[in-house]
Write a protein that binds this ligand. Structure first.
Ligand SMILES: Nc1ncnc2c1ncn2[C@@H]1O[C@H](COP(=O)(O)OP(=O)(O)O)[C@@H](O)[C@H]1O
Ligand SMILES: [Mg+2]
Length: 413
């Protein structure tokens, strides 16, 4: 079993979107997948249409604090696909666990005590480096870092890697950074490619050194910005069922292949695909589009057969009656200068510092994380970032509130 923590202490970088859709793509490829929602915001849970505090729902808080077993909380959400729901209570768990002996390893113990046959466990971490994230890192064998390619994101990686390094030294020596996946990627921008180059250089410098990221890679599958990825959660769907032919679906299927160690098909840009398709070979006037288009896509040797996923007749928007308001990023989130404060921010719930890792027997004081990982940023990237207009960092709320979700278009007869 591979246990992958999707981790980045910055919020809104695509952790949950990646967990949801990588999980779905792995399941589609025949792997048995369970996703654990460690974020008090419970977006992963809501994305799968599960009500965090619903009747008959055992959530992660109850597993960590109330003595429920891991298997009691596992909830099937599709073929080969299960989740352990999160809930707003997890914010309290972060504090309640502080006095518990072995608090960094509770999740690990719970999962190891359970009889299950999952091929993959995907851990959707909260946007902090607190105790829940430490629990995820104690259980994980790999970390995948979803990251938006911009200058400040690069700086955040240093803090993140420092935490991974500490956990790998103190608690979980098998922990490795598997790779970085670039999300909301726009290949058109110079900054994107410069950030990729900087990251690559940083990783190359670690090769052969005893660092958890010595074998890390930047995944070739970049997740393009795709509105369908932002829409699908409000229908309680993954991108594979919401729009199986979208860029988002293609990108996450590709990422799943890379994660499984399979060769990936080169991504065919829409314009190129259209150009290829336009070359007339045999062009009967009225051939149904899908069957005609298929060979173009299937030409890529490893492309999986698109799941027979007719667009659901009229997916019902999921509007859970009780939805936790998104909390402000908790704990050690470095303030992002470009972030515009929300109109009415909710006070952070967790402690403002990264969780100190207790000493090993014989040591006198807990090791506080200290900056040991330096990410250098070239003047070119710094300049490009400075030149770039600060993005209006308003996180588009997931449409699970009472506000009407976009209405799906009913199929024309
Ligand atoms: N590739 C993408 N294209 C467009 N929107 C995206 C993409 N990835 C994520 N989003 C949207 O960005 C927001 C933040 O993503 P999310 O996965 O919730 O981040 P995190 O879990 O790191 O906080 C969500 O509204 C999500 O729908
Ligand atoms: Mg999230």
């Amino acid at each position: 079993m591979r246990v992958i923590a999707l981790m980045n202490q910055k919020g809104g970088v695509g952790k949950t979107t990646t967990t949801v859709n990588l999980g779905a793509a792995l399941a589609e490829a025949g792997k048995k997948v369970c996703m654990i929602d460690l974020d008090p915001q419970a977006h992963l849970t809501i994305n799968y249409g599960v009500e965090p505090d619903g009747e008959n729902v055992v959530n992660l808080y109850q597993v960590l604090i109330d003595g429920k077993s891991f298997l009691e909380a596992v909830q099937e959400v599709g073929k080969n696909l299960a989740i352990v729901p999160g809930s707003i209570d997890l914010a309290a768990a972060e504090i309640e666990l502080v006095t518990v002996v072995g608090r960094e390893k509770i999740l690990k113990e719970k999962v190891e005590a359970a009889q299950h046959d999952f091929d993959f466990l995907l851990l959707d971490c909260p946007p902090s480096l607190g105790l829940l994230t430490i629990n995820a890192l104690s259980l994980a064998s790999e970390v995948i870092i979803p990251m938006q390619p911009h200058f400040l994101a690069l700086q955040g990686v240093a803090k993140l890697l420092e935490t991974v390094q500490l956990v790998s030294k103190r608690i979980n020596s098998s922990l490795k950074v598997g790779g970085i996946v670039l999300t909301m990627f726009d290949s058109q921008t110079k900054l994107s490619s410069e950030v990729v180059a900087e990251l690559q250089k940083f990783i190359e410098e670690a090769r052969g050194k005893p660092l958890p990221w010595a074998d890390a890679r930047i995944f070739q599958s970049k997740i393009r910005r795709n509105i369908k990825l932002a829409e699908s959660p409000s229908f309680g769907q993954t991108i594979l069922t919401y729009d199986s032919q979208s860029h988002g679906a293609a990108d996450y299927r590709s990422l799943a292949r890379e994660v499984m160690g399979e060769p990936i098909a080169p991504v065919v840009a829409p314009t190129a695909a259209a150009a290829i398709a336009a070359v007339p070979t045999v062009t009967p006037a009225k051939v149904p589009a899908p069957t005609k288009a298929a060979p173009v896509i299937a030409a890529a040797p490893t492309a999986p057969k698109p799941a027979a996923a007719p667009k659901p007749a009229a997916p019902k928007p999921v509007v859970p009656p009780k939805v936790p308001a998104p909390t402000a990023p908790t704990a050690a989130l470095a303030p992002v200068p470009t972030a515009k404060p929300m109109a009415k921010p909710i006070a952070p719930v967790a402690s403002p510092k990264p969780f100190p890792i207790p000493p090993k027997p014989g040591e006198t004081k807990p090791i506080e994380p200290k900056p040991s990982v330096a990410v250098t940023v070239s003047p070119a990237v710094a300049a490009a970032s400075a030149a770039a207009k600060p993005a209006p960092a308003v996180k588009k709320p997931i449409a699970h509130s009472a506000a009407p979700a976009p209405q799906p278009v009913a199929p024309t007869p």
